[in-house]
Design a protein around this ligand. Sequence first.
Ligand code: 5GP
Ligand code: MN
Length: 330
Amino acid sequence: MTKPQPSHSSIAPPPELLDALSSARKPLIIAHLSPDGDAIGSLTALGYLLYRMGKDPILACQDKAPPAFNFLPFYDRILQDTQGIQPDLVISVDSSDPTRMGSVYDEARFGDLPLIVIDHHITNVYFGDLNWVEPMCCATDEMIYYLTRALQEPLDETLATALLTGIVTDTRGFRTYNVTPAVMHITGELIDAGAPLSIITERVLDNRSLALITLWARALDTVELDQGVISAINTLAMRRDLGGVIRAEGLVSFLLSAQEAKIAAVFTEMPAGKVECSFRARRGYDVSHIALSLGGGGHPPAAGCTVEGEIHTVRSQVVAMLKQALQPES
Ligand code: 5GP
Ligand code: MN
């Protein structure tokens, strides 16, 4: 085990958060629905850290964590149903609003317990009793690293692997503007502690099923460029024969690689007339406020929301809104 080193960053959790964690015995930790590598990475890193500190953590996420993450600690213990459990503290990780916690947060049963929010989304609505929100952090897992350091807990291979998983996922392999010298410094420490960077990268970024690639192919057939906004749709009919694949994971970032594009969007048709929207923007453009205005959230370069409507109508209405975001931020 290695001690976390002082890094280029002075970010630290509020002291009350450390007190609340220290006095908890059975904390319930909740990651957001449709979990990504930072949701599962921060859920399992925090769960493992608290377990190592002698607590009895319960890990929960409404939607099943993709099997690509099965190398993370406690992967098999993540609950999709929290009926019957009796925590003494609730901690939400990587969620910007309470709806993101989904069905595993039962207001009637957990509403009286203290709720801690740990998140890095600029659109966070501060829904906890104690909110630690760091929009400058590249991942919630970067925050869990600072928490580990503040608790003076050592890193080990298991913890370092979970922490690096969120950082690699949310920075898409160290490509985003929020990869600071501190993030690289921390990454070096995590590798030193045993986190296998190339294996994590392969697992979380270069790991697609043939069905997913087939869905990309079908969705790519619908690509349109409208001024600087590139978009595609993913319909129920397109994926009927694809064995349960839903999201065209990764496609929206791929679309943004088009030289002509400043903003990219993928619209996913869901049952009951709902459409999931996924947005990406190049440096200097901001899609988070459009997602927020549509009831979702995210970061300036990556955001999303779910709206009601017919998929083609939603596409044209939302693309019109995205075109207004083409004025670069001053
Ligand atoms: P993705 O396009 O990968 O699904 O999401 C991109 C970013 O937007 C992520 O940071 C994610 O947390 C956020 N996001 C996506 N959909 C929603 C949503 O419906 N509500 C909120 N609050 N955030 C979302
Ligand atoms: Mn995140």
